[in-house]
Design a binder for this molecule. Structure first.
Ligand SMILES: Nc1ncnc2c1ncn2[C@@H]1O[C@H](COP(=O)(O)OP(=O)(O)OP(=O)(O)O)[C@@H](O)[C@H]1O
Length: 328
């Protein structure tokens, strides 16, 4: 049994839209359109898609907040809506836009209340809180009321709150939204550490693809409520023909653009003194050897394919017409 199972999961909303000056009519919005997925214990899954793709709706169905219109969801062997109370003891949830902390209480007291709500033995609570305090640098603001915390401090508090009962699955909806670079790094570092420990399954939605690159081995992309990619980031690059680039800095520009087998010239910059080659079948060593015979090389660097670019291409191609990954 997988930790998370979704079979034909579907959610429709009925909305009223204006149809003339006074008239309103009902319309059905399909937010999630038949998602089939399995997530295994300890996996770190990035669940991404453009605005309105259905990410939050999926997470809400998995946490029992929304009832599916059709299909089946199972988390830790439980039905999210029917077994919601039991499920709450087994999963943690961080929704970047919403808080599970008590606004007027110091963070420390919120944690204590959660300990009682989840009936966590004092020793376990102290151990988990101690770990979060160390990894997330909480001590400076543990006694500050939540309403006085900065967004980054509150988010570190939210993460701790979601983990104090030792959940098997952690759902994170935009956990780094609005955070400065230092707080983002703190949150990512913490989640990476959690992932390394291997006993918590992580499902993360984000628009910040650096989160995905840093944390997730598996990437599921949805659009219009349907899965359009399920695989590793490397597979995504492969599918979209992303290539590594070799950037060569030359002493002086060449009279003719160089032709290197297996590495087409992609761009010429700095008045011809910087050449960017796309690596196709050639190796870096072959490109360097080929160039060394033609020019004096000052420097060579390798640029990895950009995930932002490849995901933008994927979203664009979906807008032009769904393109499903074979086997998805
Ligand atoms: N309560 C609701 N009532 C009506 N429509 C809804 C409701 N919640 C979501 N939707 C619609 O369902 C679709 C999917 O929304 P959802 O919030 O799941 O997208 P998302 O992928 O999380 O988007 P974003 O990246 O913008 O947060 C959208 O068209 C949205 O307008």
């Amino acid at each position: 049994m997988s930790v998370i199972e979704m079979d034909g999961l579907r959610k429709e909303f009925t909305v009223r839209v204006r149809a003339g000056r006074l008239r309103r009519e009902k319309r059905t919005v399909t937010a999630v359109d038949g998602v089939d997925l399995r997530v295994e214990r300890g996996e770190m899954l990035g669940y991404i898609g453009p605005n309105g793709a259905g990410k939050s709706t999926t997470l809400k169905m998995l946490t029992g907040v929304l009832t599916p219109t059709a299909g089946r969801a199972q988390v830790c062997g439980l039905r999210p809506v029917a077994d919601r109370t039991r499920l709450a003891l087994r999963v943690g949830v961080v929704f970047g836009q919403r808080s599970q902390l008590w606004w007027d209480l110091p963070l420390r007291d919120s944690f204590d209340l959660l300990r009682h709500i989840y009936r966590v033995p004092a020793g376990e609570h102290a151990a988990r809180l101690g770990r979060c305090r160390g990894l997330l640098d909480l001590d400076e603001f543990l006694d500050t009321p939540v309403r006085q915390l900065s967004l980054g401090q509150r988010m570190r508090g939210e993460l701790t709150a979601a983990l104090l009962h030792g959940p098997e699955v952690l759902f994170l909806d935009e956990p780094t939204i609005g955070l400065d670079v230092v707080s983002k790094q703190a949150v990512r570092g913490f989640l990476a550490e959690l992932g390394r420990a291997g006993d918590t399954t992580l499902v993360l939605t984000t628009h910040d693809l650096a989160d995905i690159e840093r944390l997730c081995h598996r990437l599921v992309v949805i659009d219009h409520g349907r899965v359009v990619h399920d695989g590793s980031i490397a597979e995504l690059h492969q599918r979209y023909g992303s290539r590594r680039m070799v950037v060569a800095e030359l002493d002086a520009a060449l009279a003719e653009p160089p032709v290197l087998p297996g590495a087409p010239l992609h761009r010429v910059e700095a008045d011809g003194r910087r050449l960017v080659f796309a690596l196709e079948s050639a190796s870096v060593a072959e490109v360097v050897a080929g160039l060394a015979g033609l020019a004096t090389l000052r420097d060579v660097s390798i640029v990895e394919p950009d995930i932002e670019e490849v995901v933008a291409r994927l979203y664009q191609s979906e807008r032009k017409g769904p393109l499903l990954t074979p086997g998805v």
